[in-house]
Write a protein that binds this ligand. Structure first.
Ligand code: FES
Length: 317
């Protein structure tokens, strides 16, 4: 984590907003305003367990007095969400990294927001922003059931028929049919955040759309995966250089801060632009791009890490 971006805040509110989902608000200890943020932004939170987690910001960030996030308790959690739920209480200090945005709203005639489960969080802020700025949007919110659907009532009462809520009871056979939304390409932009199957479906249905009109956000634990970052050494075969990748940095950030240029775009493992060759060592693949038969030979350096030291190289070497 870049120390200069760190903010030392306090938990000002903690409440249940759905089954196994807690909302947290973080405010400055002296009540002063916080750095502003744009719709789609996230913060990285140092959880009580020591794991660093990214969470989408839910509130509108023009002049924020607090940062609002929601954390789903993941049964398979190895620390992040469990420690947020169990060990972080109102009044506790919390260190966060200032907001960043890898899921920004691009100017468009109309927006389609698609949220699945806890993936609704960035879309709540986007819908509020569009509503306040007279930008047309629709929101399709898919969840297992009403009790699992955070902010469901708030969204329906605030945005009326611009919101469609669909409950599938956890049965893939009852999943929402999105085909009509994507059948005929138009100038609108789609923003999707949710579990991997939902994002894969939207990716498949929108294959005939211009890629730049379909946006995905996928770092949250709604993917069902949480990771513990361990430090490791990454070596670049063609240059002979080696760098330590610490817990709070990605390979991409490490290479960049050492003056190496690696193409990137989404920086969340979905676009495919930061692909490098995996020459030696084993990778922990966290992306949504590579096929499993590429796992031994490629790595997306914006999100994936080494299970121990690894050697990589640029694609054209
Ligand atoms: S920058 Fe998009 S996958 Fe890495």
């Amino acid at each position: 984590m870049n120390k200069s971006n760190e903010l030392n805040l306090l938990v000002s509110e903690k409440r249940e907003v759905a089954k196994d989902i807690l909302e947290f608000r973080f405010a400055a200890p002296d009540g002063s305003g916080l750095p502003p943020f744009s719709p789609g932004s996230h913060i990285a939170v140092m959880t009580p367990s020591g794991a660093n987690r990214q969470y989408s910001l839910i509130n509108v960030g023009h002049q924020p007095e607090f940062y609002q996030i929601a954390v789903k308790l993941e049964p398979e959690s190895r620390g992040g969400s469990q420690s947020m739920h169990a060990d972080l209480g109102i009044g506790d200090p919390v260190t966060v990294q200032a907001p960043e945005n890898s899921f920004p709203l691009i100017e468009a005639p109309e927006y389609l927001f698609i949220g699945g489960g806890i993936g609704i969080t960035p879309l709540v802020g986007m819908a509020s922003f569009c509503d306040a700025n007279d930008k047309p949007f629709r929101l399709i919110y898919c969840a297992r059931s009403e009790e699992h659907a955070a902010y469901c009532e708030q969204l329906k009462s605030t945005f009326g028929d611009r919101v469609v809520v669909h409950f599938d009871g956890g049965d893939p056979e009852k999943a929402y049919d999105f085909w009509e939304e994507f059948m005929i390409p138009n100038a609108n932009h789609t923003y999707c955040c949710g579990p991997k199957p939902l994002m894969e479906e939207i990716q498949a249905l929108s294959g005939h759309w211009p890629e730049e009109q379909i946006h995905f956000e996928d770092f949250n634990p709604q993917s069902g995966r949480e990771y513990i970052n361990s430090p490791f050494v990454v070596s670049i075969k063609s240059t002979g250089e080696s760098f330590q990748v610490d817990e709070a940095s990605t390979i991409l950030e490490t290479l960049r801060s050492n003056g190496l240029r690696v193409p990137s775009s989404c920086e969340s493992g979905t676009c495919g632009s930061c692909k490098m060759r995996l020459v030696a060592g084993e990778a922990e693949h966290r992306d949504f791009v590579l096929e499993s038969d590429e796992y031994d030979s490629a790595i997306m350096v914006c999100v994936s890490r080494g299970r121990g030291d690894i050697e990589i190289d640029f694609e054209d070497y």
